[in-house]
Write a protein that binds this ligand. Sequence first.
Ligand SMILES: NC(=O)c1ccc[n+]([C@@H]2O[C@H](COP(=O)([O-])OP(=O)(O)OC[C@H]3O[C@@H](n4cnc5c(N)ncnc54)[C@H](O)[C@@H]3O)[C@@H](O)[C@H]2O)c1
Ligand SMILES: CC(C)=CCC/C(C)=C/C=C/C(C)=C/C=C/C(C)=C/C=C/C=C(C)/C=C/C=C(C)/C=C/C=C(\C)CCC=C(C)C
Length: 705
Amino acid sequence: MPEFGFSSAPANHNSQFFNHHSTTKLGTIRPTNSEHKFKFFVDKKSTGFLCSKLWDFNSGFNNFQFFGECCAIQSNRCRPRSKKHKVSCLKHAKTLVLNDYQPCSMCSGFYSTIQLGTLRPRNSESKFLSGGVLTIPISNSFKHGSGNLGLCEVNWSNKKFVLRSKSVLSVDKVVEREESGGELGRENSHDAIVIGSGIGGLVAATQLAVKGARVLVLEKYVIPGGSSGYYQRDGYTFDVGSSVMFGFSNKGNLNLITQALAAVGCEMQVIPDPTTVHFHLPNNLSIQVHREYSEFIAELTNKFPHEKEGILKFYSECWKIFNALNSLELKSLEEPIYLFGQFFQKPLECLTLAYYLPQNAGDIARKYIKDPQLLSFIDAEVVSTVNALQTPMINASMVLCDRHFGGINYPVGGVGGIAKSLAKGLVDQGSEIFYKANVTSIIVEQGKAVGVRLSDGREYFAKTIISNATRWDTFGKLLKGECIPKEEENFQKLYVKAPSFLSIHMGVKAEVLPPDTDCHHFVLEIDWTRLEEPYGSIFLSIPTILDSSLAPEGRHILHIFTTSSIEDWEGLPRKDYEAKKELVADEIISRLEKKLFPGLRSSIVFMEVGTPKTHRRFLARDKGTYGPMPRSTPKGLLGMPFNTTAIDRLYCVGDSCFPGQGVIAVAFSGVMCAHRVAADIGLEKKSPILDAALLRLLGWLRTLA
Ligand SMILES: NC(=O)c1ccc[n+]([C@@H]2O[C@H](COP(=O)([O-])OP(=O)(O)OC[C@H]3O[C@@H](n4cnc5c(N)ncnc54)[C@H](O)[C@@H]3O)[C@@H](O)[C@H]2O)c1
Ligand SMILES: CC(C)=CCC/C(C)=C/C=C/C(C)=C/C=C/C(C)=C/C=C/C=C(C)/C=C/C=C(C)/C=C/C=C(\C)CCC=C(C)C
């Protein structure tokens, strides 16, 4: 047995690595200036092992450059330090295998290949996106062992070499290294595999883990979060998507984000937003949704005095639903012991919810309100991709009341911290998350989902499989060779993919924002008919109003998005695609300049435009869709599927499940999913007879939608 030893060195101490032939020094782990950064030096003088001189995990396992001659891999925010460091990037190469790697004489014989996995060059020769699997064939003498490398933990065996961050906040990734695409045997299988680490997937995973399940989350990208992830550029921390956080207070039962974090021992500092959204609407109508309900109602009735009574009645009805929801313990509506228990304990509240389940907000608003402009405002207010007539009343009530009950709160450090904390919490519970793990198929045997296969050939098996990919991706792409079940056909009849969106992330000079600018804005300045049209409504968040640490000093972040369809962007030659991005962004900037911030254009110091193609690629969502939207007028939430599917042991979670789009909504779907799965694998009470009856009843109810 070779002799191994890593001193479990804290940051700034040396870590040593020994084998029986000689001593190989793995060098010093030096965290650089933030928790996210550290350097890992490997001493070239050693007799073997890695001949990489430097790994710099600056922005995750994101950006690699390879320096052939000096045997070093360096990620330095994609910027070569000098010309000699620059390597030409294999454009569009799917896998970058550094076969031309020149091992130094000390290293030869130990390995000849370093594979950086799926590397895709970004937009310049010196940039790569994402490292993926780093395969380092290991000398035969290295059989088994483990150790600590400062912020890293290393485990190796014959087949596997795993470098894993000890803290998700330090390094946002787990890198699997295998000699030959090894397979985790079925005897090692998990209780659940979760495909995708969006908030839906992470909440399902963490809730299961705290119930005692062993969970493996497989994420295609290099960090967790999906639409609720983040990225960093030039000193800015940008939220990928979500910036308006519902369910993040310390009050009541509906603060599902707070509860999900607390379940795994995490708490995030939040900053209360005094104005949820500032609406800038046609006819110069400007409405601020104040955190205080009474202030909001005063503002609205001031603008629409003739509708005072209707306003009070409509919002009171929303509160009735919100209060009923808030009184329940939220778990799986597909689990009869819980559901009947709630009916028994809170009959009035449950009947209230059952009554509103098939209703839409627009119809109820029209019972009380006649002014078309006010009705259009309510359409905009429900912040979904459709108008209030197509928005379930239960969902609208959540959005319209939680903003006053718990308020909208922004997490210090950015929205990405939520997913990072959940992922850390998951690992702390003894479960696992692998990044750059692209699931390409769900393995079904005798009608049961039993495992998944990754694009690199690895296979993992578990008692249950939970897909956080959209239902279109799950049933259209991941279940190969399976007929689409009738239930899914029905779902696709009732719901279509909402368009995707165009996003602009900007850094601007702080002076351009007038004092007292609000954090979130909705802009539809000219024509109400453009509300649901592509590029019609503009959503704008300025998170640096609340948390200035997200941008360099004297700068603000503007995160702008508007709906856009992928069809608009497909088939364009690169040059035209880039030109179109510029054109569309330019038009949006002009609108914002005119309406809100004169001089905006000249104050821009950083700008990146994402299109539906960007969202398809990074979020792995079919057509980059924002989520499901009803094909016509739905019967409230009646047609929305829950978490079980027609395939035994396969569950779905996320926004194509009940109750739909929205971060808090997918968090609820995660809670429900974890409860149903836990019952099915024996971690919660279950009654097979009642299960069968309830699932049949729910299936029948969906046919009425
Ligand atoms: N409030 C806002 O401003 C805002 C903005 C954007 C999105 N959102 C919300 O976020 C919600 C989405 O959350 P979600 O949890 O449903 O999903 P998600 O899309 O955020 O996350 C899904 C995750 O699964 C991963 N994935 C997909 N296919 C995979 C595969 N085959 N293998 C491995 N990983 C795979 C993706 O990379 C992604 O990380 C949307 O409903 C939307 O409403 C909100
Ligand atoms: C089952 C049967 C038969 C019966 C029974 C009865 C009962 C008991 C029932 C119950 C129910 C329940 C519990 C339900 C629940 C629900 C929930 C929780 C829901 C939630 C929802 C939420 C939502 C929807 C949310 C959403 C959100 C959103 C969408 C957001 C968005 C945002 C945005 C767009 C942003 C904006 C921005 C700017 C402006 C800048």
